[in-house]
Design a protein around this ligand. Sequence first.
Ligand SMILES: NC(=O)c1ccc[n+]([C@@H]2O[C@H](COP(=O)([O-])OP(=O)(O)OC[C@H]3O[C@@H](n4cnc5c(N)ncnc54)[C@H](O)[C@@H]3O)[C@@H](O)[C@H]2O)c1
Length: 459
Amino acid sequence: MRITVIGTGYLGATHAACMAELGFEVLGLDIDPTRVASLSEGLLPFHEPDLPALLQKHVKSGRLRFTTSYQEAGAWGDVHFIGVGTPQRAGEGAADMSYVDSATISLARNITKDALIVGKSTVPVGTTRRLKNLVRDNKRPGVKVNVAWNPEFLREGFAVVDTLTPDRLVIGVDSPEDEAVLRKVYATALAGGVPLISTDFETAELVKVAANAFLATKISFINAFSEVTEVIGGDITTLADAIGLDARIGRRFLNAGIGFGGGCLPKDIRALQARAAELGVDHSMRFLDEMDGINLRRRERTVDLAREMLGSLSQSRIAILGVAFKPNSDDVRDSPALDIANRLFDEGAEVSIFDPAGNLNASRRSPQHHYVSSTEDAVREADLILLLTEWDEFKALTPEGLSVQTGTRKIIDGRNILRPQVWADSGWSVGSLGRRYVADQAIEGTPSEQLQMSSSPAP
Ligand SMILES: NC(=O)c1ccc[n+]([C@@H]2O[C@H](COP(=O)([O-])OP(=O)(O)OC[C@H]3O[C@@H](n4cnc5c(N)ncnc54)[C@H](O)[C@@H]3O)[C@@H](O)[C@H]2O)c1
């Protein structure tokens, strides 16, 4: 079985390399010739752990190739995965489906033998059925081309392991033959016990956005409580630990901080609301608007906290550690850290940024900041440090180590990864989101005046 993957971004490049790893002949297609040239040389144009090795291995073996030609892909492939982008439409919440539509039409026009098109992009419910009609209207006569949906759940930073051994496989199909093809594609995972959920198109499409809506809600839930703990002087991390020990709730995705971002969660919850409105069930998804609002308020709160700690942001020098939307990624799409950096700049601060992988992407979007190549360079002249992405190297920072590199003793922990008590004991003022008192003290139930964060006035 020959597999093509249309769109070779975070999702598509990973999927293509992993399909090659599973033993298939794979052809990746992208309309970006620079990307295709880079991938063809085995060079990954973005940061994703474990993927460079897989890419090089299979480009070298010849099992994985890349092209810009739909003619080549259509004549060659048996199964065509679509992994192009579905960004938020400018000025609206709805998804921009033009890339998916264009890829589908190009494929349909160029497929010269019976084939299956399998969508992997995250799309509004109803897309597969609509694309089936597009394919019917554009395919060559005498060629059978069917469409299925197979949403992708990979996490950036863990994309390879998530693709090779996913928690579950979900497929939306309208024929047993198409299910059989997908069972063959995923035979290795299925043999390893990965559950497969085979369902109708609409449910398969909805599973993906429902999962993201749930995750966004879980993060915003704890962040809503962090707004409360900030007022009452409680500790959001302890609260999350305590409720998370209830197996029905679980501790994951309950980390309070500057909130979620990236190329998926924010646009997916907005697109879901837009689609729900089209379907006349906007009331059912209205809560997501509140989740979005809670999330965006955390960015505002971080800027307020910085202003409180410095008195004024104007002409201040601020170091930002971490600008990618999450660690182990260079993705800065809708990054809360970059948004905060931009807001600080707009209020007159000079911002120095260090991210182990995200500097280049961030500098393309926000060239007004200074991008430096180490923590030391970022913090040297700073009046205040903001820790905004929880990379391991930032988790390992110590007050003693950082004190050698900078004159300031002010830090905002935007991810609640530092132990404020330890830093306070070393003479640092630590601003946190939802955690005004030292965690250990809070657990003992005696928040001490001495250990109280110096960043916000007592209520
Ligand atoms: N990034 C993730 O972690 C992730 C996880 C699950 C699902 N998804 C979904 O996967 C989809 C892709 O996301 P991504 O992060 O990989 O996006 P991306 O922007 O990194 O990649 C999209 C790629 O598609 C290419 N492209 C655009 N139009 C094309 C066309 N007509 N033909 C061929 N190539 C075309 C672009 O040049 C780009 O390389 C989105 O729907 C996203 O929501 C992403």
